[in-house]
Design a protein around this ligand. Structure first.
Ligand code: NAP
Length: 352
């Protein structure tokens, strides 16, 4: 990266050259980006095939449109047209994409393995990816996957991964979008821990469940909390959780009673829900010297920090940075190693 920085400067390395509004901002917090479809020296131009909107964003768009797919498509086109990126102004979150490399600048071509025609998944958020959409051809209203035609630009600092040959696109895309959760869970869990996965029946939840079980081992305790329904049935069918708790995580006291009643307080809690208002429940389920990983994009920093203060807990709270150096390998590894989780992903994300 130092060599690239030296050759390109911050404008091409971090995408500052693409920021239109406000001047001087980085692309993620910027309001509007220049999505013109060309590749500067440090850029990769991608022909977009499919977007995976992050769950918090898609949930909000779907609710706003009362579940109407055409209205969701119109709103996505409106946001992208206005901002030059799929940065949901309500949730502040994005997602990621798959597509085919159309062109790459000379510096990035020399520095990284990238060639036109290659199919890749972006491992950075759509909230900072310059995007221009010509049209949306289909939306999977169950899971927020959007088939679209258009172009995107990746920067020299943007991580991306070649699409794996052994995992279908839709499934790989779903797993790679949340790849930071299993990867970070694997890095944080210790043998013998009590691990609580809130929203553990979802996409990131199932991948993290595998890693939590592996890391906590037979001496540890793995608890999954989610709303009652198909997600928890899937969790039960994996046989990986010691306890499966049906509870609404926005009801902090009820969640605490349900979780601590079966397993006591957690050493490590991973919050992966897609709705706001679950910070306090996470805090009350975790022992004071424990750690909470807030992977959910619906997490409020203020609610977490002031909530912990308000209930007198000095618990360590970690922001779920989506990027991990393994570039999604842990997430894809779960799909390769765990036959039941792979089956669930095929049922959920396979061809409609
Ligand atoms: P997902 O598949 O939709 O899973 C979310 C789970 O939370 C679902 O099982 C959902 O149940 C459950 N849930 C919803 N409301 C709940 C409640 N009140 N109490 C208990 N459980 C509840 O989402 P995902 O794709 O795994 O993503 C999880 C979160 O990570 C989202 O907030 C997403 O935006 C975020 N994310 C973060 C990053 C990062 O870099 N940190 C990257 C990508 C995604 P139902 O399905 O029954 O509603």
């Amino acid at each position: 990266m130092d060599e690239l920085s030296h050759r390109l400067g911050a404008g091409q390395l971090y995408g500052l050259d693409r920021v239109l509004e406000p001047p001087g901002a980085f692309p993620q917090p910027a309001w509007r980006l220049d999505a013109d479809p060309h590749a500067g020296p440090g850029e990769v131009l991608v022909d977009v095939e499919r977007l995976n909107l992050d769950s918090a964003s898609f949930h909000q768009l779907s609710q706003q449109a009362a579940g109407d797919a055409d209205a969701v498509a119109a709103e996505i086109l409106r946001i992208v047209g206005e901002r030059g990126k799929m940065h949901n102004p309500v949730t502040g979150s994005g997602g990621m994409l798959v597509g085919r490399v159309a062109a790459a600048g000379e510096v990035i071509t020399a520095a990284r393995h990238v060639r036109p025609g290659q199919r890749i998944a972006s491992l950075i958020s759509l909230t900072l990816t310059p995007l221009r959409l010509r049209r949306i051809t289909d939306i999977d209203m169950r899971h927020g996957q959007v088939a679209a035609e258009g172009t995107a630009v990746l920067f020299a600092s943007s991580p991306w991964a070649a699409l794996p040959a052994d995992i279908p696109d839709r499934i790989a895309l779903a797993a790679l979008d949340v790849a930071g959760a299993p990867s970070r869970t694997a890095a944080m869990v210790r043998e013998g821990d009590t691990v609580l996965l809130i929203g553990g029946g979802g996409t990131s939840g199932l991948l993290s469940l595998h890693e939590a079980r592996r890391g906590a081992g037979a001496a540890g305790t793995v608890v999954v909390a989610d709303l009652e329904g198909a997600g928890l049935d899937d969790v039960r069918s994996t046989g990986l959780a010691d306890h499966v708790v049906a509870a609404d995580a926005t009801d902090a006291l009820a969640l605490r009673a349900a979780v601590t009643g079966v397993a006591g307080e957690a050493d490590l809690t991973v919050n992966m829900v897609n709705v706001p208002g679950t910070e306090l429940g996470s805090i009350l389920c975790t022992r004071e010297s424990g750690t909470i990983l807030f992977f959910s994009m619906a997490t409020s920093f203020t609610a977490a920090a002031l909530g912990a203060e308000g209930v007198g807990r000095a618990t360590t709270m970690v922001i779920g940075n989506g990027h991990m150096p393994d570039m999604g390998l842990t997430a894809l590894g779960v799909l390769r190693d765990n036959r039941r989780i792979r089956e669930i992903f095929e049922q959920r994300y396979g061809a409609p």
